[in-house]
Ligand binder design. Structure first.
Ligand code: ADP
Length: 254
């Protein structure tokens, strides 16, 4: 039986006067790669914050690995990368390896020294994201896309079962976005890590994800990628709130 990693049931949330999430139910299982898509302001980040336990739902329940989010203690099982991660300026005094190792502090304790084994884990994580050659370099000297790969390595170093990313391609050069996504695909397929990726893109990432959830206050569609692809653009435009047109792989000549 495949284990459920995230289970949201009838989640509702409002900020003061406006309802942002309405009756959200969603299940992410082991090995799945979910794209959570929706326009700006549709509640994606709010839902992620509720899943991470940073905000509390007004109604409904959230379970992580079968446990209620309020009492969930195994935080190291979840790696999180936000859109704001890749913004170190060039003078920031930390190497790539140090940044990746800092992802272990939750596991080993804040004031403990890193062991040789920790260093090896950090190098292994950098290898997965193809950044091992940059280990000794200053983080601030890297491009946005390279920094984002380092932050994924930082999220991976504790060997999580689930990686949650909120708009990870913001700030990445458009020509590097495809290779960034194919790295995520590899993480999912070859390393078996479940992924929940938040994006306002309706195209590229859904070519890679195994499952898609369409959010705009409520969930308008959730299911396997092939069923998402069968939806026509007019239906997507309806829930998205303005006309959209997906560019399919064949049209792009990929
Ligand atoms: P998305 O991630 O899809 O862009 P958000 O979850 O950030 O959407 O925001 C959903 C809605 O909630 C938006 O209308 C936004 O303006 C509003 N919102 C977000 N954060 C707050 C907050 N701290 N207080 C009040 N309203 C908020």
């Amino acid at each position: 039986m495949t284990n459920t990693i995230i289970e949201c049931t009838d989640v509702n949330f409002r900020y003061e006067h406006s309802t942002v999430l309405e009756d959200i139910s969603l299940k992410v299982k082991e090995g799945e790669f979910w794209a959570l898509i929706g326009p700006n302001g549709s509640g994606k980040s709010t839902l992620i914050n509720i899943i991470l336990g940073l905000l509390k739902a007004d109604q409904g329940t959230v379970k992580l690995f079968g446990q209620n989010v309020d009492s969930f203690k195994q935080r190291e099982r979840i790696g999180y990368v936000s859109q704001k991660s890749n913004s170190f300026n060039s003078g920031f005094p930390a190497t790539v390896l140090e940044v990746v190792k800092s992802g272990l502090t939750r596991k080993i304790g804040l004031f403990k020294a890193f062991s040789k084994q920790d260093e090896q884990k950090a190098l292994d994580a950098l290898r997965i994201v193809k950044m091992e050659d940059f280990a000794g370099q200053n983080i601030g000297e890297l491009s946005g896309g390279q920094q984002q790969r380092v932050f994924i390595a930082r999220a991976l170093v504790g060997e999580p079962d689930l990686l949650i990313m909120d708009e990870p391609t913001v700030g990445i050069d458009q020509k590097n976005v495809a290779s960034f996504y194919s790295m995520l695909n590899e993480l999912n397929r070859e390393h078996g890590i479940a992924i929940l990726l938040v994006t306002h893109e309706i195209d590229l990432v859904t070519e890679l994800a195994t499952h898609v959830a369409c959010l705009n206050r409520s969930i308008h569609f959730h299911g396997v990628q092939s069923d998402y692809k069968k939806m026509n653009d007019a239906d997507i435009s309806l829930w998205y709130g303005h006309p959209v047109r997906r560019v399919h792989q064949e049209q792009k000549g990929v």
